[in-house]
Design a protein around this ligand. Sequence first.
Ligand code: NAD
Length: 304
Amino acid sequence: MSAVSFEGRVAIVTGAGGGLGRAHALELARRGAQVVINDLGGDMTGAHGAVTMADEVVEQIRAEGGIAVANYDSVATPDGGRRIVHTALDVFGKVDILVNNAGNIRNGAFTDLTPGAIDSLLDVHVKGAFHVTQPAFAAMRDNGYGRIVFTASAAGLFGSIHQANYAAAKGGVFGLANVVALEGAPHGILTNTILPAALSRMAADMAPEQFAGMPTTPAHMEPEMITAMVAYLASEENTHNRELYSIARGRYGRVFMGVAPGWHVSVDQPVATPDDVAEHIDRIRDLDGYAVPESMVAEFALVP
Ligand code: NAD
């Protein structure tokens, strides 16, 4: 069995002042990475920032003999993204690993969500990941090596009541990660996405009705369970790209987006009508023989 090592590697973990990001950063540092600990501090909405969160993680890493530096910028602006990446370049000379983890939350029933509740989530999750990944990607491409891990959510991929804004943002993260993965692969940059479920202050913010139907049997929900997957994906050991992994209740599993073989109208047949769709809906919905395309072009190529 191989030991996942980050000796000689430089990592950035966004939102690393607490929760999952803190666990990721500690593990990467313990395994030899030099780590930029980004966090603006603050509450779960992303407001009332305080630098102490990032500083405390840096202090812990240093106390354990590791190497880390703090950055207090918000991921949510282009300047913030650039400064986070430049912290790695200025202090450690390169960036090999980026873990896009920073996130905020503002739950509410769909019709209660304010424009601010969607804007602030898109700003942090989608634009934040975009603004940090762009300069990090450029540095990795110049170096011919990189590992990027995005943090989406089962809420974004499968749906979760009272989280329309959060789900929209996490769905956007998934779309962004797909393209970064396609563009990065030729340059040795491998990009993957996780759907974590772990006990953190964010999970504690869920309303009881959001848990309706959830199993209550004891299960692993420690942040370190998520970190195990993140660290693997961030390592040289990982050779997979553009994949999605769910980590929940002790189960690690690949998640995929498939397309059914469907019902096909060939060019020598007339243009379909709504009545044709109604007639063939069972065949259109039948998942038997589905495919998992690796890009938009690959999906088009499935159709004869
Ligand atoms: P958390 O609130 O403990 O951690 C999020 C961190 O991001 C905080 O330290 C916060 O200060 C930081 N942050 C917020 N806005 C920021 C900004 N603009 N710039 C920089 N840092 C910022 O929550 P967590 O559960 O550890 O969440 C980590 C990630 O995992 C998030 O992206 C979250 O959406 C995702 N996630 C968590 C769960 C779960 O079960 N905990 C489930 C699905 C997805």
